[in-house]
Design a protein around this ligand. Structure first.
Ligand code: GAR
Length: 201
């Protein structure tokens, strides 16, 4: 079976990208291959992680590119014949024009149990600050398909994580990553890759 060609979009540290690279090595991710890592931020540490694994990288600085960011992105995805896009700590909302072009071909990992603490304005540490200040006892992570509604697409996998009395946004963020995100993102990527690979046969 031909592997699904994957691009991972990042903005920062890239621990979720690392989980995907590790999953590729261990065989958890076997129906897809990470062909390209694209960062919208120059100097993102995620780029170093990709380079260490000999994965091609590209920086498309969204601030400088402004309106042409998405057309540049489409160009790079086309040139590399990308079939599946993974948003792994990608901190930019994509337009409806873009998401409709890649229906059921974009996955996102979000650090809460959707539909709680999600949508515009809920990203990174802010999600965990909101969960702690609301006082929920359980949070977690979600991997979902991306559509025109921020964090609104079909859910693929979710995993719950208990909140401890001693948690700070930082400790909670780390535990949600370790116990949920780094586990369900590779699994969901394999599920989506396998589906696309089968469709090609
Ligand atoms: C992760 O917790 C990811 O779920 C979150 O940002 C962090 C990125 O970490 N993404 C969002 O909040 C998107 N709405 P990473 O760069 O180490 O993978």
């Amino acid at each position: 079976m031909l592997k699904t060609k994957i691009a991972v979009l990042v903005s920062g540290g890239g621990t979720n990208l690392q989980a995907l690279l590790d999953a590729q090595k261990s065989g958890i991710l076997k129906s897809g291959k990470i062909e390209l890592v694209i960062s919208n931020k120059e100097g993102a540490y995620a780029l170093e992680r990709a380079k260490k694994c000999n994965v091609k990288t590209l920086v498309l600085p969204s601030k400088e590119l402004g309106k042409s960011f998405e057309s540049e992105l489409v160009k790079a995805l086309d040139e590399n014949q990308i079939e599946l896009i993974i948003l792994a700590g990608f901190m930019k909302i994509l337009s409806a024009d873009f998401t409709s072009r890649y229906d059921k071909r974009i996955l996102n990992v979000h650090p809460s149990l959707i539909p709680s603490f999600c949508g515009e304005g809920f990203y990174g540490l802010k999600v965990h600050e909101a969960a702690l200040s609301y006082g929920v006892k359980v949070t977690g992570a979600t991997v979902h398909y991306v559509n025109e509604i921020p964090d609104g697409g079909e859910i693929i996998l979710q995993k719950a994580v208990k909140i401890l009395k001693t948690d700070t946004p930082e400790t909670l963020q780390r535990r949600v990553m370790e116990q949920a995100e780094w586990k369900i993102l590779p699994k969901a990527t394999e599920i989506a890759s396998k589906k696309i690979a089968k469709e090609k046969k």
